[in-house]
Design a protein around this ligand. Sequence first.
Ligand code: MN
Length: 239
Amino acid sequence: MNSPVIGITCSWEIDRAAYLSPRDYTDAVRAAGGRPVLLPHTTLESGEAESVLSRIDGLLLSGGTDLDPATFGEEPRFPLKAIDPVRDGFELALSRTALTTGLPVFGICRGIQVLNLAAGGTVYQDLSGQVPGALRHEQDAPRWHPTHTVSIEKGTKLHAILEEALCRVNSFHHQAVRDAAPGFAVSATASDGVVEAIEATDAPFVLGVQWHPENTYRTLASSRRLFAAFVTAARAGSR
Ligand code: MN
């Protein structure tokens, strides 16, 4: 069986001027039968997004720092962490191009927000400032420990993948999807109503989750099922 090539976007460590990729992403992809390659973000010339995507079978948008509110047409009005304009531009360009080709895309944490923005949706800058009664979505518990529950919408691809209506997830975000993009369905929500997963309704696997399944794939079957579904979709479309 061939190993589909999964491109994983990176973070940027300012102090060392170094790209950073938490190993759990590559390990989770590898455990699911994928061949991980890292995609360091740079500026993109015309045609380069297509060129990168033509060499991979699936795009994994990894977690990381905040999106610049300017990417969704807002002024910074709430607490904001470091932003990375080059990463924003790189990931949004890759995502927009992937959406036109049907390439499998798996967005994780920041990645669900990038995916939603690329497809024309909106994002909350800061849950505690904008969603009254929001749960604590920034846990201090270990990364492998799930701290809140999400309800999975019946009839969605996510429900078919997870085979359960309730799922325990970890949570390391203060931004989140606000309005899902046209052509996308909300497939999971937290008990405070915050969107925790979205999926394109007309693509085999274009899906984002607000949690970090790569940190729990060793212990939670639900996380392994997500990576398995992503890698299977990438294999089905691989050249
Ligand atoms: Mn959460």
